[in-house]
Design a protein around this ligand. Structure first.
Ligand code: LLP
Length: 454
């Protein structure tokens, strides 16, 4: 977090709290999140995007809860003026428990259940983002049955490849999300409307005719961990072209354009994402130009950053256990430093080949650093937390290792593999700590086994 510092004796502190105190009080592994940093990042997105698009339009920032969600985090985001983007009934339940007004919540999902849609409609959520033609009919039927009209956006796939890793590239055409702008094979073509026969166009036609649906706009999410504005600009211009076509053919100016999340963060020193201000300014210029070109009014914008708000605000604290020196090749050896967590609390290295960095948190040690690899305690050789990092040779059992930038997609992707319990999440702010999510106990974890205790 930006609030991390070294005390005079060399110990790492976060928001003024020494890591040894955090470890002694809450145990390790421990997710630590700086409330100060989380809030500051939330504010930065809101301010930067609204400044860039003023005075023509406003930008709603929906915090993407999948990155990290707890009732407290949802409250922080809401207090900073953000809305909440949820991807399931469970995430929605957390946002509601945090008393986020339903009008400020969006619901995503490529396969929403009837129960999830019913709940969203009953609550009159700010937006349900429809992901298929079939779903539009289902939303409309459920809403009509309840005497309601649901506010719906359509998730489109503009075919922009803006991701660094295949599994998080969601705008490829050949994937499960959204509605393609490309006509399906055999569709009747129309030189005036290149979208005719595409799932996206069919969805618009259906949504405009559906009695239980109020179509408020279009959405896309082009991927994750994006560093440059070009992909967002291209996606925006494609969606604006589509909005202009809707206006020309249906005579309806849809008021909203949501460009999703995906704003990248620095996991290591090799990562150099552009600032939210730079992304916002480039995007605003592209949106203005595209709307001018198509002679349509600038819609109200929204974005859905998750990682870029929660990621850098968090870090994981581990205790060092076993260390080993292993010969890699002649003259090169690597120190394996095993910590008390691993792929259960951070699946990203094994899932996405993700890189992290690490520092010795408990003390400062001088001397030449050695090539080290931080590994977990799971029964799998791919259970690596940090592939390559230079650490002091004196790192030893009982030391605390801090891995920065673990605030997003670590707790939310955590598992009980090997029946390891999941860590607590503790927030720090101005020298104070607060447990956001309790450490899982063995009893909590094993309670699902119908034969336990024997
Ligand atoms: N909006 C939509 C519709 C999304 O699908 C996502 C992420 C976001 C917003 C937030 O994206 P962000 O700003 O956090 O990049 N588990 C992967 C990331 C999966 C992202 C899925 N969708 C990882 O750990 O890298």
């Amino acid at each position: 977090p930006s609030t991390a510092a070294r005390s005079s004796d060399g110990e790492l502190t976060v928001d003024g709290v020494p890591v040894s105190e955090l470890a002694a009080t809450y145990g390790t592994p421990l997710y630590v999140v700086s409330e100060t940093d989380f809030r500051a990042r939330a504010r930065t997105f809101r301010t930067a995007f609204n400044a860039a698009f003023a005075p023509e339009t406003e930008v709603d920032v929906f915090y993407a809860g999948k990155a990290f969600l707890s009732t407290h985090a949802a409250r922080w985001a809401a207090e900073e003026g953000l809305n909440i983007d949820t991807a399931s009934g469970g995430e929605l339940a957390i946002a509601l428990a945090a008393e986020v007004p339903p009008a400020r919540i969006g619901l995503h999902g490529n396969n929403k259940s009837d129960a999830e849609i019913t709940r969203a409609v009953e609550l009159d959520l700010g937006r349900i983002i429809a992901d298929s033609v079939e779903e539009i009919g289902r939303i409309s039927a459920i809403a009509s049955g309840l005497g309601r009209t649901a506010s719906v956006m359509l998730r489109l796939t503009p075919g922009v490849h803006a991701s660094t890793h295949e599994y998080i590239a969601t705008a490829h055409e050949d994937q499960k999300f959204g509605l393609s702008l490309t006509p399906v094979p055999g569709a009747t073509s129309d030189s005036a409307n290149p979208y005719l026969g595409s799932p996206a166009w069919t969805a618009v036609t259906e949504a405009l005719a559906a009695p239980g649906v109020r179509l408020i706009g279009v959405h896309c999410h082009i991927g994750s961990q994006i560093f440059e504005p070009a992909g967002f600009e291209l996606a925006a211009s494609k969606l604006i072209d589509f909005l202009a076509r809707i206006e020309a053919s249906h005579g309806v100016a849809l008021p909203e354009l949501d460009l999703g999340g995906g704003h990248g963060i620095a996991y290591t020193e090799a990562d150099h994402p552009r600032s939210p201000e730079a992304i916002a300014q480039a995007l605003a210029a592209a949106v203005r130009a595209a709307c001018r070109e198509h002679a349509i009014a600038i819609p109200r914008l929204s974005i859905e950053p998750g990682r870029s708000i929660a990621g850098p605000a968090g870090m994981t604290l581990y205790s060092v256990g076993t260390t080993k020196d292993v010969v890699v090749t002649d003259g090169l050896s690597r120190r394996y430093i095993a910590v008390d967590g691993g792929m259960g609390d951070n699946a990203r290295p094994v899932l996405y080949d993700a890189d992290y960095s690490a520092v010795l948190g408990s003390r400062r040690v001088t001397g030449e650093h050695v090539l080290s690899r931080i590994v977990g305690k799971h029964c799998e050789s791919g259970d690596i937390v940090v592939r390559n990092v230079y650490l002091p040779p004196a790192v030893t059992r009982g030391d605390l290792i801090a891995v920065p930038a673990t605030g997003a997609y670590c707790h939310s992707l955590s598992s009980n593999y090997n029946y390891l319990t999941r860590p607590a999440v503790v927030a720090v702010r101005d020298g104070h700590t607060q447990v956001l999510i309790r450490r899982e106990t063995e009893e909590m974890m094993l309670a699902r086994d119908t034969g336990y205790p024997a």
